[in-house]
Design a protein around this ligand. Sequence first.
Ligand SMILES: Cc1cc2nc3c(=O)[nH]c(=O)nc-3n(C[C@H](O)[C@H](O)[C@H](O)COP(=O)(O)O)c2cc1C
Length: 302
Amino acid sequence: MSWPVPKPFAYFLTYRALFPADVSRVRSILLGVDKKQPVSGREYACGLSYVPVTRPVRCEQTVLRRFVTGCNMFTEKEREAVYKVIFKRRDIRTFLPKPVPQEKINRILTAAHHAPSVGFMQPWNFIIITSDEVKKQLAWAADKERRALAVHYEGEKQSQFLNIKVEGLQEAPVTICVTCDPTRGGSHVLGRNSIPETDILSTACAIQNMWLAACAEGLGMGWVSFYKKSDIRDILEIPPHIDPVALISLGYTDDYPEKPILELVNWEKRRPLAELIYSNKWGKPPEDNEEGAIDKQQPLHM
Ligand SMILES: Cc1cc2nc3c(=O)[nH]c(=O)nc-3n(C[C@H](O)[C@H](O)[C@H](O)COP(=O)(O)O)c2cc1C
């Protein structure tokens, strides 16, 4: 019998038709993906794309090419946009009275709710505050704390501290109190037994999502943590076991600085990243990294 295609290829096609799971698995292993997990016969995972193994070869090649080039879900422009929002985002403390559309608030909250969380615990709640009276009380609590903290500085440093605007709670049209419920999910949340504060860390991830989403929405967002938790619990009637992690000010602004406000007022500056990276052991700088090279590298969007 004569073969219409070279023999080894014909064997391969027959084998693939009979045992698609094996072919898929071999391919995954060759590509270094999912070495330990079995790959299903009909589909093999490529990041978020799933591809039927029995599809025509041409289609598989297209998928494989995409896969080999880095399993990229994003176009170049989309990737740049992600970096752009990371670098452009700032902590904002000056707000315009212009109301914030509800759809924008909803998208920001949805972004928060899609943050990672330990054991998928989702320990957060969001109290949306628009009442002027309540905002006034929150601003009072923050100002009381700011004055209390001023005792930690002396002389010129103290007056510099007192001159820095640390909140815009009353100006901002919306304040969101983000809380963390350490009891959510019961006493055995997967992965939380070793490091209990992973609940707060998860809540911080949600807040960072809000920050990036607010920036992408053309809004300013400020994170206020100058307060005694007991004051905030009293004002917002939060139960004692719930942790008020952050007060978030949200609104339009005409003052969106290029650099952190604390850098602009010479309070602190960004440290060289090269000094913060170690190789294998604490304190050991990477050998092959030309000194400071990483700090000279331009971010993608610039
Ligand atoms: C956990 C946390 C708490 C913060 N608390 C305050 C605060 O109470 N008041 C304030 O003005 N800024 C606060 N900030 C904002 C920081 O000052 C700001 O992120 C930092 O100066 C860097 O500036 P950037 O966010 O514009 O890059 C807080 C930020 C974080 C992450």
